[in-house]
Design a protein around this ligand. Structure first.
Ligand SMILES: [Zn+2]
Length: 118
């Protein structure tokens, strides 16, 4: 579980890349994702996050180290977008595989019955 702060309104949220429940902001660009990661408990303690949230709420957003934001954003941009997780892949292909195996089993049974007919 990742505690994070919305980079737009300072609202607390779970997960750096999730939508903010308060203002609905979703970090979509690599830069926004990098800044959101920076404002999560991966980088700051809970107290520091609360302090940053208070500053954002007061209209005084923290200044990011743009060099490291850019570096992190490049890394995020290189991640394959929307790669299908293995679990989803299995959920789709496992039933297909099971059906194929059942089909083969039915053919084998029919062939067996057929060859044993008097
Ligand atoms: Zn927000």
């Amino acid at each position: 579980m990742t505690l994070a702060i919305c980079i737009r309104c300072g609202g607390e949220k779970i997960g750096a890349f999730t939508a903010c429940a308060r203002c609905g902001f979703v970090p979509e660009t690599p830069e926004d994702k990098a800044r959101s990661l920076g404002l999560s408990d991966h980088n700051l303690t809970a107290e520091e996050l609360r302090a940053v949230a208070e500053r954002i709420e007061a209209g005084d957003p923290p200044s990011f180290d743009e060099a490291s934001v850019r570096q992190l954003a490049e890394g995020i941009a290189q991640l394959p977008p929307m790669k299908t997780p293995l679990g989803c892949l299995l959920a789709v292909w496992l039933p297909v595989a099971v059906m194929l195996i059942l089909l083969v089993a039915v053919i084998v049974v029919f062939a067996y019955v057929w060859s044993n007919q008097p």
